[in-house]
Design a protein around this ligand. Structure first.
Ligand SMILES: NC(=O)c1ccc[n+]([C@@H]2O[C@H](COP(=O)([O-])OP(=O)(O)OC[C@H]3O[C@@H](n4cnc5c(N)ncnc54)[C@H](OP(=O)(O)O)[C@@H]3O)[C@@H](O)[C@H]2O)c1
Length: 291
């Protein structure tokens, strides 16, 4: 049963993530109005207490707080552009994945109190202890609606610039995909000699876990602009070892595509006289942009 002492919330977009957001709101007792391009996706949520709006304007008009979670920013503007005047003056929380530039454009496009968000969780995690979300944009929108936002997971406000949530989101995704790259290469590599992935997985997790200290060490070196701090594995040594990684990848007959780019970057740092420094110095080459 919705708790009428709680403010109503509207959610536009009932994909895997939008539906998880609605379920969490319903469990927390928020009166929730929903809309989705394909109306059938609202049915299971209506049985749990959501109100189904038949068009975007009606959905938006139902609540001062409007949450949008669609596939991409094109779908966001496609949908919100149909809301007409209904959006004016409302709080719009956009939890759709996009770039910092897209977030800033949407913030400027509508007459709303705008908060952009990045969800650092998969749908089953929403409402649980492992979920956290970045928010940026209107501080007052964040503070006023914090109890609702906290329903989804831990809320982290990262600044008034609307683009900052997407910046943090994509920063974390970069780390995640980097890890996936290494894991996939490793499985392909040992698989060439018949080592089952399930046999290798515990070793991989143990080793990657042990290497996580790199994050804090690199962060200190980067912020101090000094890649000689606490060096235990200098880049000249690592570059020489990477040649073996590249060579054996070739010898085993698998594609080097995922891991190949790091080798030349390390070699350039060594050639530039930084061989005694740490791997983190490669970031100086990234900062110079595309060659
Ligand atoms: N799922 C995850 O693990 C996860 C994790 C973090 C962040 N996110 C982000 O959350 C957002 C939603 O993801 P999802 O998992 O819910 O995706 P999804 O299951 O594929 O759902 C996509 C949603 O977008 C709607 N949509 C797509 N194009 C549209 C258009 N042109 N006009 C109107 N509606 C349109 C779909 O409507 P129909 O039902 O009509 O197709 C559906 O509601 C994405 O930005 C995603 O990156 C997802």
């Amino acid at each position: 049963m919705p708790n009428l002492s709680k403010p109503p919330v509207t959610v536009l977009g009932l994909g895997a993530m939008g539906s998880a957001l609605v379920e969490a709101l319903l469990v927390a007792g928020y009166p929730t109005t929903v809309w989705n391009r394909t109306p059938d996706r609202a049915k299971p949520l209506v049985t749990k207490g959501a109100v189904h709006a038949t068009n975007v304007s009606e959905a938006v008009a139902a609540s001062r707080l409007v949450i949008v979670c669609l596939l991409d920013y094109k779908s966001v503007t496609d949908v919100l552009d149909t809301a007409g005047d209904a959006l004016a003056g409302r709080v719009l929380v956009n939890l759709t994945n996009g770039t910092p530039a897209q977030a800033r454009q949407v913030a400027d496009r509508y007459d709303v109190d705008y908060l952009d968000g990045g969800i650092m969780a998969v749908p089953p995690m929403i409402g649980g202890p492992g979920a956290f979300l970045f928010y940026s944009g209107s501080r007052s929108a964040f503070d006023t609606n914090r109890p609702v936002l906290d329903v989804f997971g831990e809320s982290q406000y990262v600044g008034t610039d609307s683009g900052l949530a997407a910046l943090h989101d994509i920063g974390l995704l970069s780390g995640m995909y980097g890890m996936f790259v290494g894991v996939l290469h490793a499985f392909a590599f040992v698989g060439t000699e018949g080592v089952p992935a399930t046999t290798f997985a515990p070793l991989l997790k143990r080793y990657i876990g042990g290497m996580l200290g790199f994050v804090d060490g690199a962060a200190e070196q980067i912020d101090k602009d000094d890649y000689t701090i606490n060096v235990v594995s200098n880049i000249a040594m690592q570059s020489a070892g990477y040649v073996n990684l590249t060579q054996s990848t070739h010898d085993q007959g698998i594609s080097p595509e995922l891991l190949a780019p790091l080798g030349p970057l390390m070699a350039r740092r060594v050639a530039d006289g930084h061989g005694h420094e740490d791997l983190a110095g490669v970031i100086e080459l990234l900062k110079k942009g595309k060659k």
